[in-house]
Ligand binder design. Structure first.
Ligand code: FMN
Length: 191
């Protein structure tokens, strides 16, 4: 194997492509697709999204300090792409993509009904990094779709067929390889 060396750039893939819903608090809302998103802390639960200031959604997040991260699925791929290439300045993306606005508990931004998981977030810090400003946010609540819960109330996110974004392409997940910690788990003795 021989690796080529490239100039510095972003090559951390695959990533989730999430649909971030926002509101200006005065009746206007919007959705933008974000791949530069991450989990940054377990306790307190915190996430980050990095957004270019020229995005229509940027000032809504900056002014209200609130947003909702909506996870995407294979079924939502078309809408996720559309919300990432059209601006809310020109089109109502909820209407155009026939997405359902659902009221959140803590923030004014609506959740996307068709998403299997919606995460309400409140901004704690803004890091003006360069092309993108990173919003570091506290998780206020997680809403998980009941259709993916089993009879013991265990949530099976992967049954929702999550969408990933990898080097310019949208993809589904492949087959399951193992569960957390499987590399060190003792094998069950066969009888
Ligand atoms: C897969 C994908 C990932 C994207 N990730 C980001 C991102 O992380 N940050 C960002 O500012 N824009 C990102 N964009 C671009 C915005 O979603 C896009 O410019 C959108 O039209 C902005 O909407 P708005 O002007 O209505 O806010 C992404 C677009 C796509 C298709």
């Amino acid at each position: 194997m021989a690796k080529q060396t490239w100039k510095p750039g972003n090559m951390l893939y695959p990533l989730p492509a999430v649909m971030v819903s926002v509101s200006d608090g005065k009746g206007r809302d919007n959705i933008l697709t974000v791949a530069w998103a991450g989990t940054v802390c377990t306790n307190p639960p915190m996430v980050s999204i990095s957004v270019r200031p020229e995005r229509y959604s940027y000032s809504m997040i900056r002014e209200t300090g609130e947003f909702v991260i909506n996870l995407t699925t294979e079924k939502l791929a078309y809408a996720a792409d559309y919300c990432g290439v059209r601006s809310g300045r020109d089109v109502d993306k909820f209407e155009k993509m026939k997405l359902t606005r659902e009221k959140a508990d803590f923030v004014k931004a609506p959740m996307i009904g068709e998403s299997p998981v919606s995460i309400e977030c409140r901004v704690k810090e803004v890091l003006e990094l360069g092309s993108h400003h990173m919003f570091l946010a506290e998780v206020l609540a997680v809403h998980a779709e009941e259709a993916y819960m089993d009879d013991k109330n265990k949530f099976h996110l992967n049954r929702a067929r999550p969408l990933v974004y990898s080097h310019g392409e949208y993809m589904g997940l492949g087959k399951s390889i193992g569960t957390f910690g499987y590399s060190v788990k003792k094998r069950q003795k066969s009888t």
